[in-house]
Ligand binder design. Structure first.
Ligand SMILES: [Zn+2]
Length: 110
């Protein structure tokens, strides 16, 4: 099971086994829970990510952007491009565009 969890059947997981992957706090509803689908001999998932609602609020923008960047890089590398994608802000793009325009303007002025 993966996703945002409000379900009562996750209460045992929330109280007894799983803690927030980032801050180690006990999980209270709602929380994000993702598992890989494999269980050990005790029935616990081998790989999982559980994020408490406080950590979700703190990391929501950066986490999603990092996840998308990593997945996009991996997909491009699987196609043989061998690249590492870098993110930039719209403000940085605008600054770069201004610098390029300024340089073009200076070159035309000569
Ligand atoms: Zn947390």
């Amino acid at each position: 099971m993966s996703g945002v969890t409000n379900s009562i059947d996750m209460r045992i997981y929330a109280k007894e086994k799983y803690k927030c992957t980032l801050c180690n706090a006990s999980l209270t509803f709602p929380f994000l829970y993702w598992e890989d689908g494999y269980r050990d001999r005790h029935g616990f998932h081998i790989t999982y990510i559980a994020l408490c609602n406080h950590c979700c609020a703190k990391i929501k923008k950066g986490f999603m952007a990092d996840l998308i960047q990593c997945a996009a890089t991996a997909e491009l590398n699987a196609l043989g491009y061998g690249v590492v994608l870098e993110r930039t802000t719209s403000m940085e793009i605008e600054e770069t565009a201004k610098l390029v325009q300024s340089e073009v303007h200076q070159l035309r002025g000569k």
